[in-house]
Design a protein around this ligand. Structure first.
Ligand code: CA
Length: 392
């Protein structure tokens, strides 16, 4: 109890007024290669961004089941969008693939999921957001580093300060890089001397490919395969991190989900892979290679990695997973979410626009309708609710 109290006091003591906090960061300016001119130009009149504080201290993010996340992230609309862009930017994708050895469909999937192909890069001003996070909350040391990196980026002039917008947590550009990642990994693909991940798509896509390459991407290897498990297979204790060769998995009785052998021309006997069961034994099963780990390192969330992997397959022309998710109430695409929202608006709920975003107001309206219909009240949009609301 006493220990808990002292920890709480320590946390409170580090939440200083912004001026004093910035002054202590300013003392490290020179060591971090930031000129006085840069500091003065970008930190004058900084104030705490209350929306960032609300995001930081607000309720934990509504956790969607993985099948909802995949349904919305790899929906038909995003597949169509991505295929159009792969065609329109064919030469760019070819050059990037040749230079970094990373499958263009995976690069396009990262682009589509991180920023909806550049359309949704975030509207928070990065410098005030990172100043707020550098002086409030649990990860101040990390965000101090990111704040200083953001100032160095403006100092280097890769893009105008007025364009330096992104997520409340400081990720920006078409590939949603953090400033520290940008400094280490971003690429000037078109050779104009600037690494412009915000307005230059070639720079952004090459930077995503460079990230995956540095995360261990192996050229010519798939991220994984959907597989069928034999009855009674003993599951490895460390999940997908217990690696064995495809040949070994094959002798244990695993096949591709269509029943054909694991080992084929593009998937040699010696290829190492781990067994990934994102929804447990009764959902889709995958053998994943180190390329899946590279995707996972882009944003360490299982649902994210699988959505990127799946979208990349769909961009290449493959269908959805063959094995259904273990639910009787599958998730909605963005088109279906908008339809659900239009019905909610027509029923008198004030939820703003039908934009497919799962805002708090949309969830309140969903809960009210679930209650009225006698459904389980979850605030989650699924096929069951949409079907019931479509009925006249
Ligand atoms: Ca450039």
């Amino acid at each position: 109890m006493l220990i808990a109290l002292s920890v709480a006091l320590a946390v409170a003591a580090t939440d200083q007024p912004l001026d004093r906090c910035l002054a202590s960061i300013r003392a490290t300016r020179q060591a971090r290669r930031i000129t006085a001119a840069t500091w003065d130009a970008h930190t004058r009149n900084l104030v705490v961004d209350q929306r960032v504080l609300e995001s930081l201290t607000g309720q934990p993010e509504f956790k969607l089941p993985i099948w909802d996340y995949v349904a919305v992230m790899a929906d038909q609309e995003r597949v169509n969008d991505g295929q159009q862009r792969l065609t329109a930017l064919r030469q760019t994708f070819e050059k990037i693939e040749a230079r970094f050895g990373v499958d263009r469909h995976v690069v396009a999937a990262v682009w589509g999921i991180e920023s909806n192909f550049g359309r949704g890069q975030g509207s928070f001003a990065i410098i005030p957001s990172l100043a707020t996070l550098a002086c409030h909350g649990r990860r101040q040391a990390y965000f101090r580093g990111e704040f200083l990196a953001a100032l160095r980026i403006l100092q280097a002039g890769d893009f105008p300060a007025a364009r330096f917008l992104g997520s409340w947590a400081g990720a920006f550009g078409q590939t949603q890089f953090m400033p520290g990642t940008f400094e280490w990994i971003a690429v000037d693909f078109d050779g104009d001397g600037r690494r412009d991940l915000i307005d230059n798509t070639g720079d952004a896509l090459a930077s995503a490919a460079n990230y995956l390459k540095k995360a261990g991407w192996q050229s010519g290897v798939p991220w994984g395969l959907e597989v069928r498990l034999p009855a009674g297979l003993a599951l490895p204790a460390r999940g997908r991190r217990t690696l064995a060769s495809l040949g070994t998995w094959q002798t244990r009785g695993l096949t591709r989900v269509d029943g054909t052998p694991l080992v084929q021309r593009d998937t040699p006997n010696a290829l190492m892979a781990g067994l990934h069961l994102p929804a447990g034994r009764s959902g889709p099963a995958f053998l994943v290679t180190r390329n899946y780990e590279a995707i996972f390192r882009y944003n360490a969330a299982e649902s994210y990695a699988l959505a990127i992997a799946h979208l990349s397959d769909r961009l290449r022309g493959s269908g959805s997973f063959a094995t259904p998710w273990p639910t009787d109430d599958p998730g909605l695409s963005r088109a279906e979410r908008r339809e659900l929202q239009r019905i909610l608006i027509a029923r008198g709920h004030s939820i703003g626009q039908a934009d497919a975003m799962l805002t708090p107001a949309t969830r309140v309206a969903i809960r009210a309708e679930q209650e009225r219909l006698g459904h389980e009240v979850t605030g989650r949009p699924g096929q069951r609710l949409l079907t019931a609301l479509r009925a006249p």
